[in-house]
Design a protein around this ligand. Structure first.
Ligand SMILES: N[C@@H](CC(=O)O)C(=O)O
Length: 468
């Protein structure tokens, strides 16, 4: 192969560069690759999809409105469809930490689409006179309105395909376990000390409620993502766009993702403010805090097998130790906590990035895009894995649960209304000191009759939830 056939020459406003002939990205992407060898992290697939869907909608609208030729619009749309179906996915190569606002990633998208559209038209890559990344693929657009729109669309896609199904499955599984464990009595614990008895199933039902509340909160926050600033172009004024363009693009995007979307009543606001992302991310942080609590509870309840609580058994999914034989660790719960810490870290960075916007633009959007979409997908994958390999296979140690409930010093609480708090406290103290049962001490001291005591110390009744 000659050097000529290995490379093509591309030109931009800074000069010309040789681009490997086989790649679909162009000169601006090449400069970004060289400028940002930072993390090795490439754009998330969902974020690329979001950008591609926007480019499909803009090409369609611009073609219909005679802003670009129908022939070029059709070629761009075909290029988008091919990539959405899986071709050329390795061509989106700019590091996550890159040019402010995401111009480098945006130009990467524009260049790949222009070059593939050129081939579709029977032309050669790099002939930007015919199809230009800037003049055709990017007609009427700016990074400044495309990227905040892409974060919205990417967020919506990730929620729909990853987090919502995972949360729904976790909730349904917890509800099933709640039924299964409904009649198992165990000791409540507050401050990690004996408390009055509860039902194991009610604990699982509470978790199902907690996750349902989070699902509803996230769905409410999601509504903000459906208001799009696309059409604002560089500063929110819509310079270089057809008057109908932003309405039509929003309509087409809405059809493409199957969800109602609205053009922003104020495009500047929609482009400048990152608050919809802070809001969704805040909901994810909130979800993460409860998922940490639940995974820590699971680890505590599963602790043992000989020296811990072992009220429940999480399914053993792999050998736990490289040195200690026969050990099975609660690995799914451990993993869950770590992911949640990461999501909380992402949320802190999103808040910092969000307040760093200046005047007409927030240039920290690449970080927000990555952190937000990754958080949603991390939480979705984690909840799915925890549910399928953890929650669904939990078994209960009924006898252990009951033994703890029967031995709990806090059973004396039920005696308060019969013998008074101070007498009950004295009974508890003596029980702890002498090892005698609460029952024995109450009877010895003739504080209550045997029949009365049996009625009051009925664990089933004590642990039942009031009927609503
Ligand atoms: N982010 C660029 C605009 C663009 O890439 O469209 C700027 O404001 O300088």
């Amino acid at each position: 192969m000659t050097k000529d056939s290995e490379y093509r020459l591309e030109r931009d406003s800074m000069g010309s560069r040789e681009i490997p002939a086989h790649v679909y990205y162009g000169i601006q992407t090449l400069r970004a690759i060289e400028n940002f060898p930072i993390s090795g992290l490439k754009p998330l697939s969902t974020y690329v999809d979001a950008c591609l869907l926007i480019k499909k909608a803009t090409a369609k609208a611009n073609g219909e409105l005679n802003c670009i030729s129908p022939e070029i619009a059709t070629a761009i749309i075909q290029a988008v469809d091919e990539i959405l179906q899986g071709k050329l996915r390795d061509q989106f190569v700019v590091d996550v930490y890159q040019a402010g606002a995401g111009t480098s990633h945006h130009m990467n998208i524009n260049e790949v689409l222009a070059n593939r559209a050129l081939e579709i038209l029977g032309d050669t890559k790099g002939n930007y006179q015919r199809v230009s990344p800037n003049d055709h693929v990017n007609y009427g657009q700016s990074t400044n309105d495309v990227i905040p729109t892409a974060i919205r669309i990417g967020g919506l896609l990730a929620l729909e395909h990853s987090l919502y199904p995972a949360l729904a499955e976790a909730i349904a599984t917890l509800e099933k376990k709640a039924e299964e464990f409904q009649d198992i009595v165990k000791s409540g614990r507050t401050h990690n000390q004996d408390a009055v008895p509860v039902r194991l199933g009610e604990g699982f039902r509470a978790w199902a409620y907690i996750l349902t509340d989070h699902l509803n909160r996230i769905k409410k926050a999601e509504e903000d993502l459906t208001i799009l600033g696309i059409g604002g172009s560089a500063t929110g004024t819509g310079l270089n766009t057809h008057p109908q363009y932003r309405y039509r693009v929003t309509e087409i995007l809405s059809e493409l993702i199957g969800k109602p979307l609205q053009p922003a009543p104020n495009m500047m606001a929609a482009m400048q403010s990152m608050s919809p992302f802070v809001n969704v991310s805040g909901c994810l942080r909130n979800l993460a805090t409860d998922c940490i609590k639940i995974s820590h509870d699971l680890r505590l309840m599963d602790s043992g097998p000989k020296t811990g609580l072992k009220e429940i058994q999480l399914p053993p999914v792999q050998p736990g130790s490289s040195i200690m034989p026969g050990k099975y660790n609660p690995v799914m719960a451990e993993m869950t906590s770590m992911v949640c810490f990461q999501v909380m870290g992402y949320d802190s960075a999103i808040a910092l990035a969000s307040q760093a916007g200046q005047l007409e633009l927030n240039v920290m959007m690449p970080l927000i895009a990555y952190n937000l979409i990754h958080s949603i997908e991390l939480m979705g994958n984690t909840l799915a894995a925890l549910t399928q390999r953890g929650l669904a296979g939990i078994t209960a140690n009924r006898d252990r649960c009951l033994a703890y409930a029967e031995g709990s010093l806090s059973l004396v609480t039920a005696l308060n209304t019969h013998i008074g708090y101070l007498n009950a406290a004295a009974v508890a103290k003596e029980s702890l000191e002498t090892g005698k049962s609460l029952r024995q001490i109450v009877l010895e001291k003739q504080l209550m009759s045997e029949a009365e005591l049996a009625k009051v110390l009925d664990l089933e009744k004590m642990s039942a939830m009031p009927k609503s």
